[in-house]
Design a protein around this ligand. Structure first.
Ligand code: NZQ
Ligand code: ZN
Length: 385
């Protein structure tokens, strides 16, 4: 096991009716708040009205940054920063999915920073200060509610980068807020959660039984609940289990003491920087191809994945056969739940393949399980067409 520091300051407030706690939180965080949300789902579900009521009950003046795009854009973040400065905003409340939370995090670090907030995403600066941030999560997927990551797209330069920004002070997760998530977004969320686990599970670090079993528990729980939630979107327990898995998959629990990979996320970010496809959709396509490309680097890990997660029967099979059966089971699962399986499903051809490969490796080779150059990425993308 590698050395580690484990620190997560986000207060997770989970369960039915927990939105009521927002009023008390708002009282503590200050009288002027920026409410950040997306394209309107929170208005359709009535969550917006409830949030406004609670903020006003706490005596807050509310300014709004609506219209945060899926794959949130730098231009929207800049609007939010300007608004906060003009209005003397004390804190930020994000209500929505990962995109809304990521945009809110960017605003939170951008306000006290004198330079261009994009500097954080191009590794020219590291965030030192931030406005306090709270979140009300409406979609199980990114884990952004309990981590310091934020992923922003600069549409002018067609770059999509992640940065370490700021942890939310609190996040309110009521599974009922995810009942209205459409089928396709539910599928993308499931794919994103599993992909986060894959990024941290496929490692060369040895002697990590606890981290390994944590990761396998999350994968099994997601797989068990995926079809339940797709059959009945208002199954509270299934939604709750997926929601909690989403948080635990990317809140710093899995990577402690482990060398993690993250190449597939870089590849997906490069694809969505050009084609603006849903993050989870891109991952469902690319991850199994990455697995096929790299599994020989540590076949034993893939054998364990096949047998523990997918119950592949190892009897009479070579390690290679078992590993490949596990990868095939992963592909079959994504197909079964209705995730896209090829880039062609989004109309993507090889036209910009080399450009995507280069955009996936802007700071040099990527990945730890197998270090990938832009040529390797191009081959994985070709397998994904
Ligand atoms: O915009 P609205 O109208 O709210 O609709 C959203 C959006 O269209 C809708 N939605 C969300 N909650 C809903 C709902 N519709 C009905 N009912 C609800 N309860 O779902 C659509 C997608 O929302 P989005 O926030 O984009 O999805 P997600 O949570 O998957 O976030 C994706 C973004 O997060 C980044 C991705 O790259 C992508 O930009 N990531 C962030 C990470 C992080 N911060 O740690 C890590 C991830 O790996 C990922 O890269
Ligand atoms: Zn992701």
């Amino acid at each position: 096991m590698e050395n580690f520091v484990y620190h997560n300051p986000t207060q997770l407030i989970f369960g039915r009716g927990q939105l009521a706690q927002l009023e008390e939180k708002a009282r503590l965080l200050g009288p002027t708040v920026l409410l950040v949300y997306g394209g309107g789902s929170i208005k359709r579900t009535g969550l917006y009205d409830k949030v406004i009521f609670l903020l006003q009950s706490a005596g807050c003046r509310v300014h709004e940054l609506p219209g945060v795009e899926p794959n949130p854009r730098l231009s929207t973040v800049n609007k939010g920063i300007e608004l906060c400065r003009q209005e003397g905003v004390n804190w930020i409340l994000a209500v929505g999915g990962g995109s809304v939370i990521d945009a809110a995090k960017a605003v939170a670090i951008g306000v006290p920073y004198e330079g261009d907030v994009w500097d954080f995403y191009t590794r020219k600066a590291v965030a030192q200060e931030a406005l306090p941030l709270g979140t009300v999560l409406t979609l199980a997927a990114t884990g952004s509610e309990m981590n310091r990551g934020s992923v922003i797209t600069n549409w002018e330069t067609q770059e999509k980068h992640g940065a370490g920004t700021t942890f939310p002070a609190f996040s309110i997760l009521d599974p009922e807020h995810t009942f209205s998530v459409p089928r396709d977004q539910t599928i993308y969320g499931i794919s994103d959660i599993l992909s986060h686990v894959f990024e941290q599970y496929f490692t060369h670090t040895a002697e990590i039984p606890l981290q390994t079993r944590f990761a396998e528990s999350i994968m099994k729980t997601v797989i068990e609940n995926a079809e339940r939630v797709l059959t009945n979107p208002e199954d509270y327990d299934a939604r709750a289990n997926i929601l909690y898995c989403g948080t635990m998959a990317l809140n710093g629990t899995l990577p402690v003491g482990v060398t993690t990979d993250w190449a597939t996320h870089s590849i997906e970010h490069a694809v969505s920087a050009i084609y603006d496809i849903p993050h989870g959709g891109g991952l469902a396509i690319i991850f199994p191809k990455w697995m096929r490309y790299v599994y020989r680097e540590n076949v034993a890990r893939f054998v364990r994945f096949a047998t523990e997660v997918w119950n592949v029967d190892p009897a009479g099979k070579t390690d290679d056969e078992i590993a490949l059966e596990g990868i095939a089971a992963t592909e079959a699962f994504f197909a079964r739940i209705g995730a896209p399986t090829r880039l062609a499903d989004y109309g993507i051809t090889d036209e910009h393949l080399q450009l995507m490969a280069e955009k996936a490796t802007p700071f040099g080779p990527i990945g730890q399980f197998k270090t990938l150059t832009s040529d390797d990425v191009a081959q994985i993308l070709r397998l994904s067409l």
